[in-house]
Design a protein around this ligand. Structure first.
Ligand code: BG6
Length: 468
């Protein structure tokens, strides 16, 4: 390109968090228990009960977000603060907390972007079958109605379910309630189907109630490369892309089961039961935007057919597992990895944006992207996270290319604006631009400190990304 497009003037320069990872106050002011509160957390990592104590320090945090120059803040509402049992009586104190948070953001000119549900299903609903139970569909729609009624006049951007594909493809990644068991494949895809019905009905209701608002799904989108030019690798890679990505997004946007995805389910006898009216409900949702969480790319090879498909490692850790008879993970010699074995691939973001744009033609909001690292607090109280600056700068550069390609990217919310508890590695693995001074078990003073990336991102926003 001779002329690289600038970031649009109304680009949503943001930052991201989720309720259970940032708030703490897990059982305060009437909040009910969620499946996360009931998880067996890996030994040695932090629990979620205090997290970053944002529940008590949100005013101080929003002030820092404002100083950073954020135009948007993407956070999630804890369902169990609003409805402690998932259904029934509203908890006024929970409702009030998010009123205060949203008001504080608006006061500082920061656009709130709300995720309705980020992994933390109310435990009371889980006890009656969770997403296996069709009652959970009604519960979610009613929860949505309450949110739209109370916050709809203040919040324009809404996301339904965070990373539904992660929840289905890696059910263990979210955490199993103590004493619980992982659902079978059949159950998982039935749950998946119910979530789509819930999402469709909720988005339809949203459009009825808030015709000027914007709503969409937030899926984890990861592009793939085929390991070689061997045709069998190409088929395996295509399988992978559909089973883990398009299958989910096609349902969200087009309201239909992707034929390849459906064959995969049918072949294994794990296809969901579809009741009358379900597909109409799913289809009626019609999102206004697609939100994507992007971290890395995968490299995929043809299956060998035996159990080694599953155990073949890509990366130092088993981030990406294969599936016997379908595909296996391969190494990419052209990309680097984070300390946790996640492939770093900024160009893959451009590729993903192009594909999502070409397929759906909707505006795209990047709701997560970032690098997890064991940040070090130096003796002089600085945190020199140059690797984070490099990571984000390179991804922003690719977003500019994607904009020039013609993709309508409306915002970028890196994960995370402030340190949060990681889903698996506690506070050892940090993502924020604002440091939270605590250890895994030792809460220290929970003081907020600006990392090197803070002033860097501040400058990027101030210049609307002109130097990227
Ligand atoms: C995303 C989730 O999948 O990845 C976040 O939406 C999560 O909740 C993020 O924190 C990073 O993953 P992790 O495991 O490093 O915390």
């Amino acid at each position: 390109y001779q002329h690289i497009k600038p970031f649009p003037n109304d680009f949503l320069w943001g930052g991201s968090t989720s309720a259970y990872q940032v708030e703490g106050a897990w059982n305060e002011d009437g909040k009910g228990l969620s499946v996360i509160d009931m998880c067996d957390h890996p030994a040695g990592t932090a629990d979620f009960t205090v997290a970053s104590d944002h529940y008590h320090r949100f005013r101080e945090d929003v002030k820092l977000f404002a100083e950073l120059g954020l135009k948007a803040y993407r956070f999630s509402i804890a369902w169990t603060r609003i409805l402690p049992s998932g259904v029934g009586t509203i908890n006024e104190k929970g409702l009030d907390f998010y009123h205060q948070l949203i008001d504080e953001l608006l006061l500082h000119g920061i656009e709130p972007i709300v995720t309705m549900y980020h992994f933390d299903l109310p435990y009371e609903l889980e006890k009656t079958g969770g997403w296996n139970n069709r009652g959970t569909i009604d519960a979610f729609v009613e929860y949505g109605r309450i949110l739209f009624e109370h916050y709809g006049h203040k919040v324009k951007y809404w996301l339904t379910i965070n990373e539904q594909n992660t929840m289905i493809l890696h059910p263990g990644a979210i955490g199993t309630p103590k004493g619980g068991r992982l659902p079978s494949g059949k159950e998982l895809y039935q749950q998946n189907h119910h979530m789509f019905v819930a999402q469709g009905r909720t988005m339809r209701l949203f459009h009825d109630m808030l015709p000027h608002g914007k709503v969409g799904p937030a899926l984890n989108m990861t592009s793939m490369y085929q390991a070689t030019s061997r045709p069998a690798d190409a088929i395996a890679a295509h399988n992978w892309e559909t089973i883990r990505g398009w299958g989910f997004l096609d349902l969200s946007v087009w309201g239909r089961y992707n034929p390849l995805f459906w064959s995969y389910l049918h072949e294994r006898g794990i296809e969901p039961v579809i009741e009358q009216g379900d597909m109409e409900d799913i289809q009626s949702g019609r999102p206004d935007l697609v939100a994507i969480n992007y971290y890395s790319t995968a490299t995929i090879a043809a299956s060998i057919g035996d159990a080694s498909d599953v155990t073949a490692r890509a990366g130092d850790q088993q981030i990406m597992l294969g599936e016997q008879g379908v595909y296996r993970a391969a190494e990419n010699p052209y990309t680097e990895k984070t300390k946790y074995g996640w492939v770093i691939d900024p160009v893959g973001l451009r590729l993903t944006l192009r594909k999502v744009c070409e397929r759906y033609g909707l505006p795209i909001l990047i709701t997560e992207n970032g690098i997890g690292a064991p940040d070090v607090l130096e003796a002089d109280h600085t945190i020199n996270d140059t690797y984070r600056i490099n990571f984000i700068a390179k991804h922003l550069e690719q977003i500019r290319f994607a904009l020039t390609d013609g993709v309508d990217v409306i915002g970028y919310c890196p994960w995370s604006v402030i340190d949060v508890v990681s889903t698996h590695q506690g506070y050892g693995k940090r993502y924020g631009m604002i440091y939270v001074n605590r250890g895994e078990q030792d809460l220290k003073d929970l003081k907020r400190l600006k990392k090197k990336s803070f002033s860097w991102y501040q400058e990027v926003i101030r210049k609307n990304g002109r130097d990227i």
